[in-house]
Design a protein around this ligand. Structure first.
Ligand SMILES: Nc1ncnc2c1ncn2[C@@H]1O[C@H](COP(=O)(O)OP(=O)(O)OP(=O)(O)O)[C@@H](O)[C@H]1O
Ligand SMILES: [Mg+2]
Length: 672
């Protein structure tokens, strides 16, 4: 009898800090336009302008935040972060300009726009709330500094997209409210399909011997059985799937090679990978007309039964980019592959199939299940996300194998670093720092090195690379941070809350702490969510140091960092304090052993509060508690004769104490 009554109060929107790309587009000379044209002429033109701009933004996965007068404000990364948000925004900007030019051509009203965009951190307080942060202001100012018809890109965006664009630097801009001039780039061209960042293949391959043997065996089996083999390489982003396959392909020359890749977004992408592979195999160009496409397909399958039907189906797919009924399209593609696989073994490579549309994945399984009397190796690469949408991928097939790429060993990482910097002249501390952070992921090794060199933190000093400053707290390379944030953004709210609490605890954490830190309403499901995070390879089980307590560790320090960075500072402060309380409780009479860790968490809670504004008495109390603990830990370090640790702990304690006159401090009885 309570129809219409809310069942439960809606959960408060989650606040997150995230890196987004903000885009501002405005019309040049709006006032003059209004002066020169009758409002009834202007109205439909402006309406069309807004529609076109919105369509361009949404086609690339962005969100129109608002319209201010004639300006369009769009954001890429809300509600969902994508690893390629920066290039999506640049492509959208270019499309906005093109659309405007196209429709202004036939219009009596002259429309030209200016566009500015940049990437940076914002705070998002809920889906219907505007993102808050300087990034929004900088994008707006870049827009107003652009010449008519120009697109200006901020430095952080440029660094992310530089391999996929042609852009030239403009004179750094003096922007209102900025002390330093802001570097910017004028966009000249953007590639529509290339990845945002090209992966370098110049360093020699290290490791992966076993995986290459398995690939070779699958290929040989396809030949000897004259049958189809489905081989899937799974691995996290940057683990080296594409590279492994490249190396394998370069070692075989007796095969017909066909390659396609799935795209993360776009129109009509279902059959894109197949069409790409077939076009290459048939020597078709992008703009071939339908009759020449038809001719080339027919020539390739002329000897077959049903050659006409195969040709008709494939021509539709290749010329129009769309298939007909799935059964017919699948059949025609399979027959085409069988024809090729009868002449010579055929290797069909599909990269990034975790982005594949369901129909495409069905097609791959169809070919694996039904092709006959032809040597076909279907070689697919995917991130583990594939298993979210297809948990049983390739399961139950006797002609299928799946391997998962493990991290490179420390020795292999060291070898890779040597190859990349061209010599072994890299100081050991830098080497350790990179291998420690990359934890066996070759992409992370490359990006860390590239960032250190680009940022001037690693410079060439004669024969050696010399670190400049402290490399201890270098940040996550932005490309990697985008990859990891996109992974985190795909988690459910409850999983996200949990992984954030875990990130505050540290790289390793205990189940009990998490139970204490997450809000009560979701704590009942902690175990379910922990299992889900393990399955997604974000965390893994770890040997516990506390009796009766399960322990876990982040699979990657960088995942912890990305999760930590996304927590709003006031929540971070609360979580650090709550964790310290939990630790104090479980440590019991052995609390003295935990003084340094406890002190660290209270210190963080205090510092974060200080960053957010004037401190109240409770926050000051936190600082004093932290200082006492750090001092006690410092005294212990002194007793051990560990001078650097003593200095570090005591100076941090001193920072936390209220400023006291020098003389008084020297005579303080608590000061060791
Ligand atoms: N075993 C290896 N030896 C040397 N370099 C490697 C190795 N594996 C990968 N790399 C390099 O690391 C980078 C990332 O590898 P790759 O692009 O193959 O990763 P991926 O698993 O395909 O990632 P994604 O899921 O993002 O496509 C590349 O520049 C590649 O050349
Ligand atoms: Mg790849």
């Amino acid at each position: 009898m309570a129809c219409g009554a809310p069942l439960a109060p809606a959960a408060a929107p989650r606040e997150v800090r995230k890196t987004v790309t903000a885009l501002f587009c405005d019309l040049v000379g709006s006032t003059t336009l209004a002066e020169r044209h009758d409002p009834e002429v202007l109205k439909p033109v402006l309406q069309r302008y807004f529609e076109e701009m919105r369509a361009a933004v949404e086609r690339h996965g962005g969100t129109v935040e608002k319209f201010i007068g004639d300006a369009v404000v769009a954001v890429f990364g809300i509600p969902q972060v994508h690893e390629d948000d920066a290039i999506r925004a640049v492509r959208a900007a270019s499309e906005m300009r093109e659309r405007l030019m196209a429709f202004a051509e036939g219009s009596a009203v002259e429309l030209v726009c200016r566009i500015g965009l940049t990437t940076g951190e914002v705070l998002v307080a809920g889906e219907d709330q505007p993102p808050i942060g300087d990034t929004m202001n900088i994008a707006a100012r870049l827009q107003s500094s652009a010449e008519p018809g120009e697109i200006l890109i901020g430095e952080p965006t440029y660094r992310l997209v530089q391999d996929a664009v042609v852009a030239e630097p403009v004179e750094p801009l003096a922007l209102k409210g900025k002390t330093e001039p802001v570097p910017a780039y004028r966009l000249l061209q953007v590639a529509s399909l290339s990845p945002m960042r090209t992966r370098r293949l110049d360093a020699p391959m290290v490791g992966r011997t076993r995986e290459r043997v398995l690939l070779q065996q699958a290929f040989e089996r396809a030949i000897s059985d004259r049958a189809c083999q489905l081989f899937t390489v799974l691995g996290a982003a940057g683990a080296g799937k594409s590279r492994l396959v490249e190396e394998f392909l370069s070692g075989i020359d007796e095969a017909n090679l066909m390659r396609g890749r799935c795209l993360p977004y776009g129109d009509g992408i279902t059959y894109f990978p197949v069409a790409e592979a077939m076009k290459e195999a048939l020597g078709l160009a992008d703009f071939d007309d339908e009759s020449s496409v038809r001719e080339k397909i027919h020539a390739a399958v002329a000897e077959e039964d049903h050659a006409e039907a195969i040709t008709a189906n494939l021509a539709k797919l290749l010329a129009a980019g769309e298939g007909g009924a799935p059964e017919e399209t699948f059949w025609a593609i399979r027959r085409f592959l069988e024809v090729r696989g009868r002449e010579r073994p055929v290797v069909v490579v599909f990269d990034d199939i975790h982005w594949g549309e369901p129909t495409f994945l069905d097609l791959v399984e169809h070919v694996a299940d039904w092709s006959r009397d032809a040597s076909i190796l279907l070689l697919c690469m995917a991130r583990p996300d594939l298993l979210d949408v297809r948990p049983g991928w390739a399961g139950g097939k006797t002609n299928a194998a799946t391997i998962s790429l493990a991290p490179l060993t420390e020795a292999e990482c060291a070898e890779l670093i040597n190859h990349l910097v061209g010599s072994s002249d890299l100081p050991q501390e830098v080497r350790d720092r990179i291998t420690g952070v990359a934890e066996g992921n070759p992409l992370f090794v490359e990006e860390m090195l590239r960032m250190l060199i680009d940022d001037g933190l690693l410079v060439r000093g004669g024969e050696r690379w010399v670190p400049v400053g402290d490399l201890g707290d270098v940040s996550v390379p932005p490309t990697i941070s985008a990859l990891l944030s996109a992974r985190l953004d795909r988690l459910s709210d409850a999983e996200r809350t949990l992984i954030e609490a875990a990130a505050v605890c540290g790289k390793e954490f205990h189940r009990g702490a998490i139970g204490d830190l997450v809000p009560e309403d979701s704590s009942g499901d902690v175990d379910i969510h922990l299992r889900s995070l393990v399955r997604r390879e974000l965390i893994g089980p770890q040997r516990s140091l506390l009796p009766g307590e399960d322990a876990f560790r982040f699979r990657h320090l960088l995942i912890r960092d990305a999760a930590y960075d996304s927590i709003p500072k006031h929540e971070r402060a609360d979580l650090h304090e709550a964790f310290a309380d939990w630790l104090e409780r479980v440590a019991g009479h052995r609390v003295a052993e935990q003084e340094e860790i406890l002190g660290y968490h209270l210190e963080q809670a205090y510092r974060l509060r200080a960053e957010l504004g004037p401190l109240d008495d409770q926050a000051k109390g936190l600082g004093e508690r932290a200082a006492k603990l750090l001092m006690a830990a410092g005294r212990r370090a002194l007793d051990r004769g560990d001078v650097p640790a003593t200095l570090n702990l005591l100076s941090r304690a001193a920072e936390l104490l209220p400023r006291i006159p020098r003389r008084a401090r020297c005579s303080s009885p608590t000061w060791p």
